[in-house]
Design a protein around this ligand. Sequence first.
Ligand code: FEO
Length: 170
Amino acid sequence: MIKKEMIQALNNQLNKEFHSAYIYLGMSAYASANGFNGCAKWFNLQYQEEIVHAMKLFRYLEEQNANIKLKDIKALNVKSDSIVEVFKSAYKHEQKMTKALNNLSDLAMKQKDHATYSLLQWYINEQVEEEALFNEIIDKLEMVGNDGYGLYSIDQELGSRVFVDPTTKA
Ligand code: FEO
């Protein structure tokens, strides 16, 4: 049976996932206001992915008959001089998420909570993909620097992203 401490920790993670969604929505707004419409769409899809992450956790807590506690979500108003800095702060955020999920996984292991441990492995695998994705975009943006055509091309490329529900990925 799931322990109280674990329910609390998963409630915190639930808030972190919704916070991530909110962060990416803020980044989408920044990109849109600064002429990066492709990046705006990309961040909007990232926002949607985070909602899926949050809701997967929400459903798990429901299945465990847990008392779900929704918490306030802190807003993010992006102040940045460059789009690459925005992606860098997103990448840093994902690294923090990975750390939080690893800590949760340690706790599940310690408590011999196999069901929660198994759920968390899905999130940890997602993080590997997310960090790689952000890294790749940062590399590309750093390669082009301030070159207008380069930035335009990357923006176009990011704008072609389509939504894939992460829970349906193989
Ligand atoms: Fe749900 Fe990007 O961590």
